[in-house]
Write a new protein. Structure first.
Length: 494
């Protein structure tokens, strides 16, 4: 107004009135356009919100509250890490959306979550409900508290010798290590699953080697059985202590077919691990799994798995996550769903973060989150300073969005996305995501379970073996073995 009065004083009454009318019409036009734009945006946002609440498709993260547009999962760079700060139903919905996106890309999924979250049916819905045959992969589930549907785990199943040797602290080229390797190889050749007791009876009783009837073991092991006495006894003692500490008697193989980590990683099968209270068995399980993951991606050029950590604050004090991820920080793609900022992000320079309304004020004030809060304030300041036609039409203004958020009652989430332009920067987005109940599906075990008769049970066999070493002279055992009728020869004769 002062400017208009100055123009009237300088250029005369008529000319000044003419300029005043132009200014007044411009103001009224802007006000009309602004009101029209706000009303249009309000209708558009309400319609989008209603549609999103009804369907809540996996590919849509939520509704952009500034631009009144849907935000799709494609806006997140899934080649980088993702952290979701918050809990509750919003976090569970976003977990399913992230899983869906990773499965469509073809990523292998490894999930670690506390049993208190009860996520199995929600995860199952995503991994089992697929549109194409290429996306369908076996999906294994492991939980000590649900043995009726869980796979089992054996420290002796599969190619596990190297890890077991290191865990037992056996010298690499020692006699103890050589004996253990020979026994495990011979047991594996039989083709039947075996347990700790089978190893122990082989270390203590000659008849067990005869009952096993594996030619190489019988020839080499029986010949040196007495000379190996010290190594056998020492190894048996270590294995017995190991079995007691692991409580292997409480986790029998007939609980479910044991997981083969190398096969799972090689064929990119999915794995969901539910973690319970502190357990040495689970500690060994996790250490072995991450050992195989690290060894695989260190020695081969494969795409790393996508690792989901759900509520790690509930188990990271019991299991050393930082140690597990020490060699994977530059390779593994992380998806962390937590109620606090994860320390695993401390050395990352490229990541995406979603901050949910459920994140506590205490966590928002932590130093790790302060930089994110500063980005939110920068975004608000940027929007408030806009004076272009986008602001006039209310397509991108903080005032109109704040009014609509209050009117519709939307909880506001904040997204921070790693972007590259002239340099690396974070793009801040304010959005709404629906609080619909996550979709669920009952889990059916993929693997068949062993029956008691499938297990080797070598101790039960030695009673039928007569201890007559004259019939088991190692020097002639190979000749005797070759002279025995073979099943294939019988079929050929027929």
């Amino acid at each position: 107004m002062i400017v208009v009065l100055a123009w009237i004083w300088r250029y005369g009454w008529l000319w000044g009135c003419f300029l005043f009318l132009i200014w007044a019409h411009y103001f009224l036009l802007c006000f009309a356009l602004s009101s029209w734009g706000l009303e249009k945006k309000s209708r558009n946002m309400k319609a989008l919100k209603e549609r999103l609440d009804q369907s809540n498709p996996y590919e849509v993260i939520g509704l952009d509250l500034i631009r009144a547009k849907q935000m799709t999962i494609s806006e997140i760079d899934l080649d980088e890490d993702l952290q979701v700060l918050g809990s509750g139903i919003l976090a569970r919905n976003l977990l399913q959306k992230a899983l869906e996106a990773d499965v469509r890309i073809g990523h292998q999924i490894l999930i670690f979550a506390p049993e208190s979250q009860n996520l199995l049916e929600e995860v199952t819905h995503v991994l089992r409900t697929r549109e194409t045959a290429e996306e369908i992969r076996p999906f294994f589930y492991f939980s000590l508290n649900r043995p009726e549907i869980s796979a089992s785990y054996s420290p002796f199943y599969g190619d596990t010798f190297d890890f077991l040797r290191d865990w037992l602290k056996l010298v690499k080229d020692s006699r103890e290590a050589a004996v253990l390797e020979r026994l495990m190889k011979s047991l594996a050749k039989i083709g039947k699953p075996y347990e700790l007791d089978d190893l122990l009876v082989l270390l203590k009783d000659k008849r067990a080697a005869m009952a096993l009837n594996e030619i190489e073991l019988t020839r080499e092991y029986l010949w040196n059985f007495d000379s190996f006495k010290k190594s056998r006894n020492s190894l048996a003692e270590k294995l017995s202590k190991f079995g007691t500490k692991m409580k292997l008697d409480k986790h029998p193989l007939i609980q479910g077919r044991p997981l083969n980590f190398q096969d799972i990683l090689e064929s990119k099968k999915h794995l969901f691990v539910e973690l319970n209270k502190n357990s040495f068995f689970v500690m060994y399980f996790l250490t072995h799994l991450f050992y195989e993951i690290t060894r695989r991606y260190r020695n081969h050029r494969y795409d790393a798995s996508v690792i989901y950590l759900v509520c790690p604050e509930e188990f990271e004090d019991r299991y050393p996550l930082e140690q597990y991820f020490k060699d994977l920080k530059l390779k593994a793609k992380l998806r962390i769903f937590s109620s606090r900022f994860s320390l695993l992000y401390s050395e990352k320079d490229r990541w995406n973060t979603l901050m949910l309304p459920s994140l506590s004020e205490i966590q928002r004030k932590r130093p790790e989150c302060q930089s994110l809060m500063q980005e939110i304030n920068k975004e608000r300041e940027r929007l408030q300073e806009q004076s272009d036609f986008k602001a006039l039409f209310n397509e991108e203004t903080i005032e109109s969005s704040a009014q609509l958020i209050k009117e519709i009652g939307m909880p506001t989430c904040a997204g921070f996305f790693s972007k590259y332009g002239t340099g690396h920067y974070l793009e801040c987005r304010l959005f709404y995501t629906p609080e619909t109940e996550p979709k669920k599906m009952e889990y059916e075990p993929y693997q068949k379970k062993f029956k008691p008769e499938d297990i080797l049970r070598l101790r039960q066999r030695i009673g039928r073996v007569k201890l007559d070493l004259s019939k088991h002279d190692p020097s002639v055992l190979e000749i005797i073995h070759d002279l025995k009728p073979k099943l294939d020869d019988h079929h050929k004769s027929l």
